[in-house]
Ligand binder design. Structure first.
Ligand SMILES: *[C@@H]1O[C@H](CO)[C@@H](O)[C@H](O)[C@H]1NC(C)=O
Ligand SMILES: *[C@@H]1O[C@H](CO)[C@@H](O)[C@H](O)[C@H]1NC(C)=O
Ligand SMILES: *[C@@H]1O[C@H](CO)[C@@H](O)[C@H](O)[C@H]1NC(C)=O
Ligand SMILES: *[C@@H]1O[C@H](CO)[C@@H](O)[C@H](O)[C@H]1NC(C)=O
Ligand SMILES: *[C@@H]1O[C@H](CO)[C@@H](O)[C@H](O)[C@H]1NC(C)=O
Ligand SMILES: *[C@@H]1O[C@H](CO)[C@@H](O)[C@H](O)[C@H]1NC(C)=O
Length: 648
């Protein structure tokens, strides 16, 4: 098994699952992580869903699929009949035993089954953990004694057959948010039971997040309230409640599958919906447990024409600090873009590639550092209230924590400290300026370091041009170098192999090679007795922002560890084992004669002080009443010195 470039916290969790699997490959392309079984797994060890680990897709690296290893019973509607299929590690009802597997993609696989005489080739599209779509050959026979390959048997496949949708009988409900969210009024038509459109003003589709319980059952269901239309006898009156079984995209079509919670007849229970990214007016709905009948929202058997129910507006009642205004990146748990002005916080997250969610917070009431904000959800859903506690901005950083969402607008409840649900140990979440202005690094000077950890600094070509190692210079000694030596000491340069040979005059010879890493310091502070530093590197493909923990170990020794992502883990330490740290370094200062790079260390205890203010200015005036006194002192000293300097 190989595991490459798996970082971040979530990987540890996935790792535990991976260890039980056969050949698994984990790689990353820019920002995306993909975890997938290797091509050509063997049947006997191929647990059906194990490779559907998925991994992390999109900017926030949320696991998209979970492994399911147990046998599963599936319901499908095939050739007009209800069909039940059991699939376990090696067999499939009515198809015999698996003899070959081919994994094309983590969500697309081919299986070859053998029954007594017949071979069956089945292609599975894994849509969600609850929904499979299959296409298959019928019974394919070969001369006795001949063993066909998977490709041979599958060549019999009819490419134009409609995919059959299989629904997991013991489905695991999914959050509806990614499928449908909001409140709509709708008109509908059912091409198979009446002509025309039933449009009743009180018909509603309602899919709202319950405040404060992101993961509870309430958020895995949505409601459709049908109303009878006059003159349309077949129109339906009543409410239906659906559990969400997950959603997926095929081209521009956004499909989601549901189970009617009040229905026990299987062929009436499962349904498929389709929406379209470019057209949010129509939504299609199948009238059988099949998804392949839905080609576009508009010409589906059952069609909703929807218009969103508008949200009431909220007037701001307080102002956020002026220096919060601007664009930020929220690194808490998932990365989100944040826009802040004096009254609003607008947060945009990217749950999946090509999709985004926007949440708007409006300032309602402030006391000390706590701000009660109204949270406006997707159109139509009820607004709620949430409390933010902010630390005053320093450098390019806003530190905050956010409480639980509540329905009542009441400062004392919403902003009560228990709502923050911080345990005994906690640290603030971070918002980092989108275009940070570098600040003087809290650790500066020229250091020699040794490193430990999973993702170490290594020699690389920065920006495509490098002359390192320089050919015709004899390099007497190589070290790993970390320097913060630019004029204002705002940039950390790291060279994994740095030649420290000097010429006869003590000057550095290898003046042409570039550092491997250039990191801008964008802010630092001290929290929970640990010093934190955030650096910014726009060339870093994984995470532009990195969190460091640093500590002075001796007069000229400093320990630091760098995080895998932008998130400062509570358990990250300078020693770097675990706690989300990628690499830990031990640095020893070694400034040489011509380096002119003084050492500087600031533990971040007061991140608000102006740069340069650590230069101590002696103050003789402690308040206004002393001004006159000290003026008198100065005048007196002048008089005395004049008296003394007078020649007798
Ligand atoms: C499959 O699993 C069996 C035992 O569970 C093991 O002995 C065998 O080596 C495995 N085969 C492969 C290809 O991993
Ligand atoms: C759906 O409607 C039922 C009955 O009206 C209600 O109890 C339930 O809370 C509603 N669910 C959602 C998700 O709106
Ligand atoms: C803040 O932004 C919101 C949304 O863009 C806007 O409606 C509001 O007027 C702005 N407030 C101020 C004080 O500029
Ligand atoms: C931002 O403003 C607050 C006062 O509202 C002040 O304490 C803090 O130092 C300011 N921060 C910066 C970086 O200007
Ligand atoms: C760099 O550090 C190593 C070990 O900490 C030490 O042996 C070596 O002498 C140092 N080199 C310089 C130039 O200080
Ligand atoms: C210096 O590092 C390079 C790798 O960048 C290595 O090839 C070379 O042998 C090292 N030289 C010494 C003297 O350690």
């Amino acid at each position: 098994m190989r595991l490459l470039a798996c970082g971040y916290l979530a990987c540890l969790e996935v790792m535990a699952q991976l260890l039980r699997l056969p050949s698994v490959l984990c790689w990353h392309t820019h920002m995306d992580f993909v975890i997938s079984n290797y091509y050509g797994a063997r049947c006997e060890n191929f647990s059906f869903f194990a490779p559907v680990l998925g991994g992390f897709v999109g900017r926030n690296r949320r696991p998209v699929h979970r492994a399911l290893r147990d046998p599963r019973t599936w319901f499908s509607f095939e050739k007009g009949r209800n069909t039940i299929t059991d699939i376990d590690q090696t067999t499939m009802t009515g198809h015999g035993t698996c003899v070959a597997v081919k994994v094309y993609r983590h969500d697309y696989k081919a299986f070859l089954f053998k029954d007594i005489e017949c071979y069956y080739c089945v292609h599975f599209n894994v849509r969600t953990v609850n929904v499979l779509e299959k296409s298959e050959t019928g019974c394919v026979t070969f001369p006795t004694g001949y063993t066909p390959s998977l490709e041979e048997a599958c060549s019999e496949m009819d490419k134009n057959q409609a995919l059959i949708t299989m629904f997991n009988e013991n489905y695991v409900p999914k959050n509806c948010r990614s499928a449908i969210e909001g409140v709509w009024h709708f008109a509908y038509q059912n091409r198979f039971s009446f002509t025309g459109e039933c449009n009743h003003p009180e018909a509603r589709i309602q899919s709202c997040q319950e405040p404060g319980n992101q993961f509870l059952i309430a958020n895995q269901k949505f409601n459709i309230t049908f109303k009878k239309c006059e003159g349309i006898k077949e129109s339906f009156e009543g409410a239906k409640e659906f559990s969400c079984l997950g959603d997926w995209f095929v081209g521009k079509n956004h499909y989601f599958a549901v189970a009617n919670t009040k229905e026990s007849r299987k062929d009436e229970k499962y349904r498929c919906f389709v929406r379209n990214r470019d057209d949010d007016i129509y939504m299609g709905h199948s009238i059988t447990p099949e998804c392949s009948v839905l080609n576009t929202p508009e010409n589906s058997p059952f069609r909703f024409r929807m218009d969103p129910v508008k949200q009431e507006t909220v007037n701001p009642g307080c102002l956020l600090p002026k220096n919060f205004s601007g664009e930020w990146v929220n690194t808490a748990h998932t990365e989100a873009d944040v826009f802040i002005n004096q009254t609003h916080i607008i947060e945009t997250t990217y749950p999946d590639e090509g999709r985004f969610r926007r949440t708007i917070y409006v300032c309602r009431e402030q006391r000390d550092n706590r701000f009660m904000m109204a949270r406006l959800n997707i159109d139509g859903c009820q607004k709620d209230y949430v409390c933010f506690e902010f630390v005053p901005r320093h450098h390019n950083i806003i530190r905050f924590r956010k409480g639980r969402e509540m329905i009542k607008e009441e400062f004392s409840t919403v902003c009560s400290y228990v709502q923050f649900q911080s345990g005994r140990e906690w640290n603030y979440d971070l918002m980092l300026a989108k275009d940070p202005v570098p600040v003087k690094c809290p650790v500066a000077g020229k250091f020699n370091f040794t490193q430990t950890g999973e993702l170490r600094f290594e020699t690389r070509i920065l920006g495509g041009v490098t002359k390192s190692p320089w050919d015709h210079i004899y390099c007497r000694e190589n070290i790993s170098d970390l320097s913060v030596c630019d004029q204002d000491q705002k940039e950390i340069w790291i060279d994994a192999h740095y030649c420290i040979s000097v010429d006869a005059y003590g000057r550095h010879v290898d003046i042409y090679s570039d550092p491997d890493y250039k990191l801008k310091c964008v802010g630092y502070w001290k929290e929970n007795l640990k010093s934190y530093l955030i650096t910014y590197d726009e060339l870093d493909p994984y995470s532009k922002y990195r969190c460091w923990v640093y500590q002075r170990a001796d007069l000229n020794k400093i320990l630091m560890s760098q995080s895998v992502g932008p998130f400062c883990n509570l358990h990250q330490t300078v020693h770097g084992t675990g706690g989300g740290s990628a690499v830990a370094i031990k640095m020893v200062e070694y400034e040489r004669e011509h380096d002119r790079c003084p050492m500087h260390f600031d533990d971040g205890a007061n991140p608000w002080q102006e740069p340069g203010s650590q230069i101590h200015k002696f103050r003789f005036t402690a308040g206004s009443e002393f001004v006159s006194a000290s003026l008198v002192t100065i005048l007196l000293s002048f008089v005395v010195s004049w008296l003394l300097s007078r020649k007798p």
